[in-house]
Ligand binder design. Structure first.
Ligand code: ZN
Length: 687
């Protein structure tokens, strides 16, 4: 095969004529990307040069709108590439990613650090009150100015050169960090052979483990892996304490251990470079730099929320640990509760207290029914409906596509779901957009993707979800709706391009509708018998909702506090990140039997790119919002209250970044959020 295709033969550069202009994944090969990136970057450079060299005085249209129009090809190629890099990667894609990540950072910096371009933006910003801009245009100008300022526009040449070098290096480090974690995950397989090894494991796990064994070259046996969809049920159900310890130790050793995939040096360099970048930009620390453009505004505000939650969460976790220790003793166990015991004994206690066995829930939560439930909630809240289609090239054989229709019956988006774990997919779940909604030059409909890592069902069996996995599906679908319902003019303001401590509001809020009795009664039906989930079980689920919340809150807040404290260090020098983590956890009194949700060497939110660096707190921040927001529906006495749903759509799901997050929230709720709802939701409120 001839890999040196001419541009006209490169499907990435040819017009995309599939429905919705979806990427031609069926024709795209990794070799198409490097020349496509070259062409796309050249095209954007030319577009930017045309803006800069325009002899006319800057206007909104010839500068800001022109910036918004620029880089269309680059966005298209990047979206297709990064989708594959996350969900269907290969050695070849990984190699390209290592080159392209720093190149994209270099190009973006060159644009944002271009003095002449910044001068035009700055002139418009100075004159903004006299420009007669509508609200969205004014916001777009403001957001562009923020982007330039945060990149270092206006600084002297030496500082700008250094910032560019830092950005590029950080992009490389982020890519390698994630690849190291994935490599460690792929290298581990615990082969289970015979009934002793399978003790306690439910049918659904065994079926998935048999599939995994085939994929890993152990046909006829069973394999436990380190993907979350294997790790969590294994830790919950395996009666083999020795095997749980083995899997736990491998899980927490990802990216550590001093071998070829050790992330220590990468973390050290990353943290030092981030701090240096913040200093160059005039901030005392990376955390201060990061938080300046969020709803929280300062690290202190974020820490205040975390500490408010930490004390009651820790106290609750210690009570939970005592109860688990009693369960161990009652079974005749003569050992202290360890981190690899928590999930197992918590599961037993949950069963004893509420008669809920997670493995008994699964038959009522088939993937198909949960997708239907997520769609139905969107219909009832926002009038959106979904129709499957099979004429769209999907990025992998497993992925499926639907057209989303708005209340008036017109299409509003293409939705792609890619639900199953595979070795070529990074673990976890996420939403991304192959194309953002905008209507700068006519309406452009979004193409939104949800990626999950569920274990497929065994031969001839459907995929059955745990309750947590069903939550993940609703969560990511909430993000997807934020992209699909977006109704803004400018690409920069589109969909999920909002402050990172606000972006989890639409996703976490959506999860509330999963466990509402109305949803469960209709959709949680036994996959074999079609019987609805028994009413008594639905009731017990409600009662059990706050079970183990001390643990869940503690493992999360510990990771979030570590992330924030690490990035508050003004001059990290040659910091030992793992040691810093140990010290931070000791200082807050981390209970010994709880492991932090993500330990530093595999904390991808924080080190695989800047996405959630000094930003992991934002899930908690957003939860303070979602808990408070859902109480509005409870106060109204109707989970689908039409007036509230309308305001929710207008100010949150459809609004993109057209307003400051606090104004968006007030628009929906009529007041500022209160964190008390969060403590009530997690059962941590002081009685
Ligand atoms: Zn999310």
């Amino acid at each position: 095969m001839n890999d040196r295709l001419r541009p006209a033969e490169n499907p990435l550069l040819a017009p995309w004529d599939a429905p919705f202009g979806a990427p031609p994944f069926d024709c795209i090969r990794p070799t198409h990307f490097p020349p496509a990136f070259d062409a796309a970057l050249a095209e954007r450079r030319a577009e930017i040069a045309a803006i800069v060299s325009n002899s006319a005085a800057p206007t909104f249209d010839n500068t800001i709108a022109a910036l918004e129009r620029s880089g269309a090809l680059l966005k298209r190629v990047s979206a297709a590439f990064f989708h594959l890099a996350g969900a269907a990667t290969s050695d070849e894609i990984e190699r390209i990613e290592r080159d392209i990540a720093p190149a994209l950072s270099r190009e973006r910096n060159a644009m944002l650090l271009d003095d002449a371009l910044f001068a035009r933006v700055e002139a418009l910003h100075q004159a903004r009150d006299g420009l007669d801009l509508d609200v969205e245009a004014a916001r777009t100008l403001e957001r562009w100015r923020v982007a330039f300022a945060r990149a270092g526009a206006g600084l002297d040449a030496e500082k700008k050169t250094r910032l560019a070098a830092i950005g590029e290096r950080l992009a490389s480090l982020g890519a390698i960090f994630g690849q190291n974690v994935l490599a460690d995950e792929k290298a581990f397989a615990l082969v289970l052979d015979g009934p002793d090894d399978l003790a306690g494991l439910p049918e659904s796990f065994v079926a998935a483990a048999a599939q995994a064994a085939v994929a890993r070259g152990f046909p006829g046996k069973y394999v436990a892996t380190l993907s979350r969809s294997s790790y969590e049920p294994f830790m919950q159900f395996s009666a083999r304490r020795d095997l749980r310890e083995k899997v736990f130790r491998a899980f927490v050793a990802r990216g550590a251990g001093g071998g070829a995939h050790d992330n220590s040096a990468i973390m050290r360099e990353t943290v030092a470079l981030r701090a240096e970048r913040a200093r160059l930009l005039g901030y005392p620390s990376f955390a201060h730099f990061r938080l300046a453009d969020t709803m929280a505004k300062t690290p202190e505000a974020a820490i205040a929320l975390m500490r408010r939650v930490w004390a009651p969460a820790r106290a609750q976790a210690l009570r939970e640990a005592e109860a688990l220790q009693q369960t161990i003793a009652a079974e005749g166990g003569n050992f202290a509760l360890e981190a690899w015991d928590w999930r197992y004994y918590a599961e037993k206690r949950r069963k004893a207290l509420y008669d809920i066995d997670q493995s008994e829930l699964r038959p009522y939560l088939p993937l198909e029914a949960m997708i239907a439930a997520a769609f139905d909630v969107a219909r009832r809240l926002f009038g959106v409906s979904f129709v499957a289609r099979d004429d769209v090239p999907t990025p992998s054989a497993d992925a499926r596509a639907w057209t989303a229709f708005g209340p008036d019956g017109a299409p509003i988006a293409l939705f792609v779901g890619d639900y199953f774990a595979r070795d070529s997919k990074h673990s976890g779940a996420w939403m991304s957009a192959l194309r953002d909604q905008q209507k700068l030059d006519g309406r452009v409909l979004p193409i939104v993707v949800n990626v999950m890592s569920f274990a497929p069902g065994g031969a001839g069996e459907p995929c059955l979800l745990s309750l947590d996995e069903a939550h993940t599906l609703f969560h990511e679908f909430g993000h997807a709706l934020h992209g699909m319902l977006s109704d803004v003019a400018y690409p920069l303001l589109s969909g999920t391009n909002v402050a990172h401590d606000f972006v989890e509001l639409p996703s976490q809020l959506y999860e509330h509708w999963l466990e509402r009795p109305e949803t469960l009664r209709r959709f949680a039906r036994h996959y074999r018998t079609g019987e609805p989930m028994p009413e008594a079980l639905i009731e017990r689920l409600g009662a059990a909702r706050r079970f183990n919340q001390g643990f869940a809150t503690t493992e999360f807040v510990a990771a979030a506090l570590f992330d924030m404290e690490l990035h508050l260090v003004a001059d990290p020098g040659a910091i030992d990140v793992a040691e810093f983590e140990t010290r931070t956890l000791a200082a807050i009194g981390m209970p010994s039997a709880i492991a932090t949700r993500h330990s530093a060497p595999h904390f991808q939110h924080v080190f695989s790119g800047d996405g959630y660096a000094a930003g992991y707190y934002s899930y908690l921040w957003s939860e303070a919002l979602d808990a408070d927001a859902f109480e509005a529906f409870e106060e109204a006495g109707d989970d689908f209250d039409p007036a509230l749903a309308e305001r929710l759509k207008r100010f949150v799901y459809a609004a993109g970044n057209t307003r400051e997050p606090e104004a968006a929230y007030r628009g929906f709720r009529g007041r500022d959020p209160s964190p008390d709802a969060l403590l009530r939701k997690r059962g941590l409120a002081q009685c």
